[in-house]
Ligand binder design. Sequence first.
Ligand SMILES: CC(C)(COP(=O)(O)OP(=O)(O)OC[C@H]1O[C@@H](n2cnc3c(N)ncnc32)[C@H](O)[C@@H]1OP(=O)(O)O)[C@@H](O)C(=O)NCCC(=O)NCCS
Length: 249
Amino acid sequence: MTDGWRAVAAPPALRPGDAHVWRVRLDAADELPALRALLSDDERARMDRFHRPADRVRFGVAHGWLRRVLAAYLDAAPSALAFGVGEHGKPFLRDAALEFNLSHSGDLALVAVAAHGPVGVDVERWDRAVECLELAERFFSPAELGALHALREDDARVVEGFFATWSRKEAYLKATGHGITRGLRHFDVPFAPGGAAALVADRLDVEATGRWAITGLAAAPGYSAALVAAAPLRALNLLEPPATGWGSR
Ligand SMILES: CC(C)(COP(=O)(O)OP(=O)(O)OC[C@H]1O[C@@H](n2cnc3c(N)ncnc32)[C@H](O)[C@@H]1OP(=O)(O)O)[C@@H](O)C(=O)NCCC(=O)NCCS
C-alpha cells in the first residue's frame, strides 16, 4: 500500500511516466466562498442542486480544488479552465493534454494527474452497513469473489478487502473512461494489498493487462483508494495542499 502524503504549495515537475495524486479534505465550509467563485456556471448550478448543505460544501470544495490543482500545472487561472466530457462521462481538459481524474467519498477527494496517458482514481469510505459479500456476488469477478470469500471468517478483513477491490475496479473503469457501461465482472484486479501491480485480466480487451498499472493508496483510516495509470508508471507522488499558502492565484 502506498502511503506518505506530502504538503506542497505548488506541483512538483510532472515527468513522462509520473503520476501525482492530490488529497483534499472536503469538510472545509470556510473555504467554500473562495472555491465557489472559481466554478463555472454549470458547476455552480450542480452544486446548488444538492439539498443538504454538507453535500453542497463537498461538491464545491472538490471541484474548486480540482480547478486550483489543474491550473497550477498549466500556469492558468483556475476559473479559466474549460472541461469537456467524453462519450461515457469522463471529464477532460479542452485546451490542454494534461490527463486527470477526480474521485470523492465522505470527507475526502483525490485528484490524479498524469501527462503520459489516461488515469483513473477512486476513493471509497468504508460503509459498515454494506452487505459486502452480497454486493461482491453481484459485481466482482469469480476470481475476486473467491479471494473475498477466503476472508469470510473475519468481518473486518472482509470490509477492507471489499472496499479495496471495489476502489481498484472503479479506478480501472475510470481510467479507461468506460465507467460501468461494460459491467464490472469481465476483468480482475489484483486482490492482495500492496503497491503497484498490473491488471490481472480483462476478458473484453486481452491486451489491457500490459497497459495499466494499479496502485492501492492509503488515503486515510477507514477509506480505500486506488490509482490506475498507463503502464509503465515510473514514479508516484502523493501530495496535498498545505493548510495555508497555496500557489499564487
Ligand atoms: C464515474 C463512475 C465510474 C464512478 O463514480 P463514483 O465512484 O460513484 O464516484 P467518484 O467520486 O469516484 O467519481 C466521480 C467523478 O468521476 C468523474 N467521472 C464521471 N464519469 C466518469 C467516467 N466515465 N470515467 C472517469 N471519470 C468519470 C467525474 O469527475 C465525477 O465527479 P463529479 O460527479 O463530481 O463531476 C460511475 O460510472 C459510477 O456510477 N460507478 C458505479 C458506482 C456503483 O455502482 N457503486 C456501487 C458501490 S457498492
